[in-house]
Design a protein around this ligand. Structure first.
Ligand SMILES: C[S@@+](CC[C@H](N)C(=O)[O-])C[C@H]1O[C@@H](n2cnc3c(N)ncnc32)[C@H](O)[C@@H]1O
Length: 387
């Protein structure tokens, strides 16, 4: 590909490789070489970013400033879907710092065969192809409109990994087993196919999320016939797998409760300040499909309250500013007390000595039964995972 910007990408790619090394995101020389060698701009010909008002704007990736942005550790949104009232990012090139941390955590060695879930732009498939050889790289995306351009871009820089359009929850059975599986979209449970397509001793790095922001990357090892492993400290926010992630529809509720206000000793904002509590709340009663948001002061534009809404019409908002007693005001309405689930999760987290992600893990049995645990797989503090 010869475009005007081709001349300027190489020093920028080397800068990105050095920057990620300096920040401690990558230390393996083979991955550093891959970052310096793969032209990320080829994979992101169209980039969209939200301005301060939330409106999507196109980034001119042919300008020097645009190219600087492409070769920097930022997520680049590359596909939007029209949701009627707003546009939503449905594919992106993941932040290179996160991507490289994930690739290193995967402990990839020469000769490994890797399955990627979520081809997106193809950039990560290009990094993998540079590292392992394209005959050892397999990638699947649910969206043919993403896979075909990714295939062309990869070929234009000399890589021909195996790309398949399919629901990634099925993996790519015809080329299994894989030594490594890396999922770049989140799932509420670990798909059974990933277990059966992973070689004995193989590793799978999976973003396990029970709702928006509610979960994290878990590194699972295939041991005997099952999978087991712990969550990583590094948090990631991959988009939900589309077949699971469709917006939940609100259901009519016959007994909507009137609005009630009380105080709480549980700090507000668990979805950003205490994500372990936010995750646990999905095992202590928070329904599937919950969304959170913020209310802002129109003058200062500072957040005044966090909001939680559930598909059954339940709603809660928690004031950010504490009361004079050092508590927080909570107002709830609807059939389910959403904040009570968060309070129960917060109590649980306190009872267990404030566990961080590294104390939480996941086990998947050969029959597909799977659960989240604190400290050990047989701990009484464990919760079964259902789709
Ligand atoms: C963050 S992007 C992936 C980034 C990509 N690895 C790259 O290097 O550009 C997430 C991708 O997951 C894909 N995806 C969503 N649901 C999927 C599903 N059910 N199966 C496979 N891919 C899916 C989306 O289409 C999107 O391209």
């Amino acid at each position: 590909m010869t475009t005007q910007i081709d001349s300027g990408w190489e020093p920028r790619a080397r800068w990105l490789a050095d920057e990620l090394t300096m920040r401690g995101d990558v230390s393996d020389r083979a991955w550093i070489a891959a970052v310096a060698a793969v032209p990320r701009h080829v994979f992101v010909p169209e980039v969209y970013e939200q301005d301060q008002t939330g409106r999507w704007q196109t980034v001119d990736v042919t300008s020097a400033a645009g190219l600087d942005r492409v070769y920097s550790p930022v997520t680049l949104f590359t596909a939007l879907a029209d949701r009627g009232t707003h546009y939503e990012g449905i594919s992106s090139s993941t932040k290179p710092d996160l991507m490289l941390r994930m690739l290193e955590a995967l402990d990839v060695h020469d000769g490994h065969r890797v399955l990627e879930i979520g081809t997106g732009t193809g950039y990560n498939a290009a990094l993998l192809s540079h590292r392992l050889g394209d005959d050892r790289v397999y990638s699947v995306d649910v969206d043919a409109e993403l896979v075909e351009p990714a295939r062309e871009r990869l070929a234009s820089v000399g890589y021909r990994p195996t790309l398949v359009t399919r629901d990634g929850a099925e993996g790519i059975a015809e080329h299994a087993p894989y030594d490594r599986i890396i999922a770049t979209c989140s799932v509420p449970v670990v798909p059974q196919a990933w277990l059966s397509q992973l070689a004995p001793g193989g590793l799978a790095l999976v973003d396990l999320k029970r709702g928006t922001g509610a979960g994290n990357l878990v590194l699972l090892r295939r041991e005997r016939d099952g999978l087991e492993g712990r969550f990583t400290e590094r948090w990631a926010a991959f988009m939900a797998m589309r077949h699971y992630g469709e917006p939940a529809r609100a259901i009519e509720s016959p007994n909507l409760r009137d609005q009630q206000t009380r105080t709480t000793t549980t700090p507000p904002n668990p979805w950003s300040e205490n994500r372990v509590v936010w995750f646990l709340a999905h095992f202590t009663g928070l329904p599937v499909g919950v969304r959170f948001g913020m209310r802002f002061d129109p003058d200062t534009r500072q957040p005044t309250a966090g909001t939680i809404t559930a598909p059954d019409g339940s709603h809660a908002f928690v004031m950010m500013e504490p009361t004079s007693d050092g508590e927080w005001s909570v107002t709830e309405s609807g059939p389910t007390s959403l904040w009570e689930s968060v309070e129960r999760a917060h109590d649980l987290w306190e009872q267990h000595g404030h566990p961080d992600w590294s104390r939480l893990g996941v086990t998947v049995n050969p029959d597909g039964q799977q659960w989240v645990w604190i400290d050990t797989p047989h701990s009484p503090a464990s919760w079964e995972l259902h789709a």
